[in-house]
Design a protein around this ligand. Structure first.
Ligand SMILES: Cc1cc2nc3c(=O)[nH]c(=O)nc-3n(C[C@H](O)[C@H](O)[C@H](O)COP(=O)(O)O)c2cc1C
Length: 185
C-alpha cells in the first residue's frame, strides 16, 4: 500500500511516531507530511523529535509537487494523526491550500481510505458537525481514546492501543495491543 501519514499540531505526537514505527517500509510506500504547528507539538512531546523510517518520503507542506496533490495519483490510504479540530474543519469544508489538506480532499473524492485521529475533548457542536460531514463523505473518525482492558503499563503501551486500531483500519496485520477475549498462546 501507499500510505500518507499526516501529522498536525494536536497533542499526541507519540501516536504518529508509533504508527510510523509499525508500518514496514518493505511492505508499504510511506509518505509523511506535517502541518506547521505539528513541528511545535513534536518539539514539546517527542524527545529527539520525530523519527520517520529512513525509507519514508517527507513532503513539504507548501509544495504541490507530491503525487497525491492530484486525483490522478492518490495514496491508497491517508491517516491524519493526531488530527486537530482546525485541520478536521478545513478538510470537512474542502479547503485545499496546502498539500496536507489537498491530499485529504483527493483521498475523499477518489474514494480512498481517510482515517482521522482527533484527540480533542470536550467536543463542541462545530466539531461534531464537521465530523458528521466527514463521515458522510466517507472518512473514518478514529478518536485517540485508549483502551485499558489490556492493562497497558507504559505510555507507549497506552498509545499503542489506539495505533493498533489505526493499523486494523488500514488493513495492516498487527499484534500491537492485546485483543479482547483473545486466546493466549
Ligand atoms: C502543545 C499544543 C497542543 C495542542 N493540542 C491540540 C489538540 O489536542 N487539538 C487541537 O485541535 N488543537 C490543539 N492545539 C492547537 C493547534 O495546534 C492549533 O489550532 C493550530 O492552528 C492547528 O494547526 P494545524 O491544524 O494546521 O496543525 C495544540 C497546540 C499546542 C501548542
Amino acid at each position: 500500500m501507499r500510505i500518507l501519514v499526516a501529522i498536525t499540531g494536536a497533542s499526541g505526537a507519540l501516536y504518529a511516531q508509533r504508527l510510523l514505527d509499525n508500518l514496514d517500509p518493505r511492505e508499504h510506500e510511506i509518505h509523511v507530511v506535517q502541518s506547521r504547528y505539528a513541528e511545535q507539538v513534536i518539539a514539546g512531546e517527542l524527545p529527539g523529535g520525530l523519527r520517520p523510517p529512513a525509507e519514508a518520503k517527507l513532503h513539504n507542506l507548501k509544495s504541490m509537487n507530491a503525487p497525491f496533490a492530484s486525483g490522478s495519483n492518490p495514496p491508497d490510504a491517508m491517516v491524519v494523526i493526531p488530527c486537530t479540530m482546525g485541520t478536521m474543519g478545513r478538510i470537512a469544508h474542502g479547503y485545499s491550500e496546502d498539500v496536507l489538506l489537498r491530499a485529504a480532499d483527493v483521498v475523499l473524492k477518489e474514494g480512498r481510505k481517510l482515517i482521522l485521529v482527533p484527540r480533542e475533548t470536550p467536543l463542541s457542536l462545530v466539531h461534531v458537525k464537521n465530523m458528521e460531514l466527514l463521515l458522510l463523505a466517507g472518512a473514518t473518525i478514529l478518536p485517540a481514546n485508549p483502551g485499558f482492558y489490556s492493562h497497558p503499563k507504559t505510555v507507549q503501551e497506552v498509545a499503542d492501543t489506539v495505533v493498533a486500531r489505526v493499523l486494523d483500519h488500514l488493513g495492516v496485520p498487527n499484534q500491537l495491543a492485546p485483543r479482547w477475549a483473545e486466546e493466549k498462546e
